[in-house]
Structures are given as C-alpha cells and as structure tokens.
Design a protein around this ligand. Structure first.
Ligand SMILES: Cc1ncc(COP(=O)(O)O)c(C=O)c1O
Length: 447
C-alpha cells in the first residue's frame, strides 16, 4: 500500500501527549520540511512555528552546518560508549565546552544522556548519591513545585507538578514534595508582589523546616516555568530560593531544559538572577533538536564525593547506552557555535522585547487576562472575565479552540490549558513575529 503520511498517522501512530480519539476530523500536521522559523507539512501547508517545535529549535530549521557536523562525525565514528573508562573525542570536547560555558555558575563536570527526562533523572540520582556518600542516609527528599514540568520517567515525573500527567501512573517515587509556584497572576496566597514578601519562596524554607533539613536532598526548579504556562518569577525569588537552599544544605538543581542556550535572552536562565546552582540540567536547545541529547552538569564537590576505587561502590552507577553519543555531541558543538557567533542570545533578548510590546497591545481585548514573558518565551492567559480573573470553564477547551484557529492562519502556538504560549526559534524575523501577532489579534478578538 502506498505511503500516505496523514492516513498512516491515523492508522499507525500512537503519539505522545495526544488524545488520538479527538483527532479523527482533524488534519494532523505531518512535517516534511523546515527552514528558519517555518515548516511545511505533507499537504504543502506552511506554518510559522511559534513554538520552535516544543521550545527547542533555537538555531532554526534547515541549518546545514549542524547537519554536516553530525554527518561528518557519523562517517568518522558513528558511535562509541562512555562507560567504564572509554569515551569518544567529541563527547569529551563537548564536556569541556559545557564546563567552560558554565564557569560563572561553577559547574565542573558534564554527564550525558539522551534527553531532558533522563538528564533530570541523572540530577536527582546525583543528589541522592551525594548525600548518601557523605553519610547522611536520610537526606533523600526532593522538593519541587506545583505546575513544574521535569519529564516523564518516574523520578522526573515525581518531581513534576502537573496533576493530570501524574494521576494515571501513581504511585510515584516516594520522597517528593511540592510547593506553590511563583504564579503572581493567580497568587496561591492571594497576595501581590512585592507586598507578598515572596511568600512562595518562603514556602520552601517552611517546607524544609517541616520535613527537617537533614532529610531534604535537593530543590529542583525551572528558571522560568515552561509547560506550567511560562511563569516568570518575580524579582528576588531566585535569589531567595538559592539563599534558603544554601542555609539548609539543600542542593539547588536548575532545570534549564527549556531556558538553556539563549531562550530567555541570557545563555542560561539562572543568569538573570546571578544564581549559582549545584547542578544544571540541559537538553532541547543544546542541539536545537538536530539530535537527541541531554546533559547534567555538577559542581566539583559533588563529583569529588563519588571518587574512590573500584569495589568501594562510590562510583555513579547510572548511565544510558547513548550517553555521550558522538553525532549528537557534534551537533551540539556546532549548534553552540552558531548560537554564540550569530549572537542569538542577544537576538532573543531584543526580539523578546519586541514580542512583549506586541503582546501587550493585545491586553485591550476582552479575554486577554495576562501577558508576560522573558526573552523569546511568552504567555497570553485567556480568561472569561478580566476583572475577576475568572477562568473559562475547563470543558470549553478555549485554548484548544484558539490553537486550531491559529493553525488555520498558519501559526503554531501551544495551548497549555487556556494559556497560549510562544517560544519561537531565536532566528525568527520581526516580520514573522508581526504575522503571529496579527493572527492572534484576529483570533482573540473573535473569541
Ligand atoms: C523543563 C523541562 N525539563 C525536562 C523536560 C523533559 O525533557 P524530555 O521531553 O526531553 O524528556 C522538559 C520537556 O519539555 C522540560 O520542559
């Protein structure tokens, strides 16, 4: 039978995070081509990808340089592992590059995996092993935040704070606790910044005290929450959180899977607040999606605690087959070169300001409750009533409706509930941002 991408999608795929039963009447977007910030699907439809294909095509589509770097590497050496005293030259080169790039944060070692969930899993295990080897067997709890997204593997999912993602897979891993996020538009305490005195950050201190500091291994958080609906923390939040972790000897893990590599207008998200985490987690923008890769960076002290001799059981007994894949490492090195040499971090900052000005203009529309963002990561929260901030009934699926209308106009966004999010490639043009903004105004005005 002849291959038909659309029909065969319906017939054979079981797609991630997708209600396949609701797709029957819809045309799936089966991409066949991409260039810059634009993709083309199997029906020849063109879309501006306002979401950089899941927050990550930072360098844009169709970057021949990255493709060639990966291909050359595969011709040279397609694959070689990094287990037990072996490795390959590109993985080593990438480790050096990442450690040098994160020198201001004090990172000393890079551990590779195949994506974000695995990189988070690695960070959580590093934290638990670190405290165990230091003789503190009880210090294993991990604190994270409601609305956080850290991935799908059991550890990463246990840290995740998105209830619908968790429910059907319970029971999850023991020892995880969740505090409220810094979601000022819907402050869980009904307070307002700065009068709130950062009650959400203080909850970390209270939770550590409640659990007892000698039982808490780490606090993990995204510098700017992504899948939770692009939640940018208020000034002072990250500084306070870092201070609390330091006071109570709790490791601070920055999940930079989305925010890393320029997305927010700094190379890494924590740089907005001068925070030095103990562990940093990368994926997505590390290769701009050209090949799957995750990296977990740790400061020297964490690495040192795991040193010893074979037989003592101190080594980090963790690693997936493809840790340090040469082709993915080559793609990452070339992607990083592009991000640096083309000034994409500054571009994200400048275009981010441009985008925010455009989005702010939408605030006059009746159902636009909140607009916010940092760099090229932005949110538009839709509400039924602007004055009371009353949401639409969940059953109205307003975000999905807006998304469908945007797709009809050739724009890919991402609805997270009724929060429409944008996270375009950092190479997007002002003209393309204007098209997104115009379509969004049309669709929201008709809501
Ligand atoms: C902040 C964050 N951490 C971890 C992950 C998991 O990454 P992956 O989907 O590559 O496993 C994601 C994915 O969106 C993420 O946004």
């Amino acid at each position: 039978m002849e291959f038909d991408p659309r029909q065969d999608y319906h017939r054979y795929m079981w797609a991630p995070y997708t209600q396949m039963g609701d797709l029957a009447e819809e045309e799936p977007i089966v991409a066949v081509d991409g260039d810059g910030a634009t993709i083309v699907d199997s029906l020849g439809r063109e879309f501006i990808d306002g979401h950089a294909a899941l927050w990550l095509a930072n360098a844009g589509f169709g970057r021949t340089e990255i493709v060639e770097a990966a291909a050359e590497q595969m011709h040279q050496l397609s694959w070689f592992p990094s287990f037990g005293g072996m490795s390959n030259d590109v993985a080593v080169r990438l480790a050096k590059r990442l450690v040098e790039m994160t020198e201001p944060e004090g990172m000393a070692r890079a551990f590779f995996s195949s994506g974000g969930s695995e990189a988070v899993e690695t960070a959580l295990k590093m934290a638990r092993q670190y405290w165990k080897l230091k003789g503190n067997d009880r210090k294993f709890k991990i604190i994270s935040r409601r609305k956080a997204y850290h991935g799908v593997t059991f550890g990463a999912l246990s840290a995740t704070g998105v209830s619908p993602n968790r429910r059907l897979f319970e029971p999850l891993v023991p020892g995880f606790r969740h505090i409220e996020p810094p979601y000022c538009y819907r402050c869980p305490y009904g307070l307002e910044h700065p009068g709130c005195q950062l009650a959400c950050a203080e909850e970390l201190a209270r939770t550590i005290a409640f659990e007892s500091p000698d039982t808490v291994a780490a606090f993990i958080a995204e510098p700017v929450m992504g899948a939770g609906g692009v939640i940018v923390p208020p000034d002072g939040y990250w500084q306070r959180v870092a201070e609390i972790c330091e006071t109570h000897d709790v490791l601070l893990i920055a999940d930079e899977v989305i925010t890393g590599f320029g997305r927010t207008g700094e190379m890494f998200g924590v740089r907005h607040w001068d925070v030095r985490p103990d562990i940093m987690v990368f994926a997505k923008g590390l290769t701009s999606g050209y090949l799957p890769l995750g990296a977990t960076l740790a400061k020297e002290e964490i690495f040192q605690v795991c040193l010893g001799r074979w037989g003592e059981g101190r080594e980090f007994r963790h690693g997936t087959t493809y840790s340090g894949h040469p082709a993915a490492s080559a793609a990452a090195l070339e992607n990083i070169r592009i991000i640096e040499e083309e000034g994409l971090v500054d571009r994200a900052r400048e275009l981010g300001e441009y985008l925010m000005r455009g989005l702010s203009d939408l605030e006059d529309l009746p159902h636009v409750g909140n607009v916010d963002g940092l760099g090229l990561m932005a949110r538009v929260e839709l509400v039924k009533d602007k004055d009371t901030r009353e949401p639409f009934p969940a059953s109205d699926l307003v975000g999905l409706h807006v998304n469908r209308e945007m797709l009809k106009r050739g724009v890919i966004m991402r609805p997270l509930g009724d929060v429409m999010t944008l996270s375009p490639p950092l190479v997007i043009s002002e003209g393309e941002l204007d098209s997104i903004l115009e379509s969004l105004r049309d669709v929201l005005a008709a809501l």
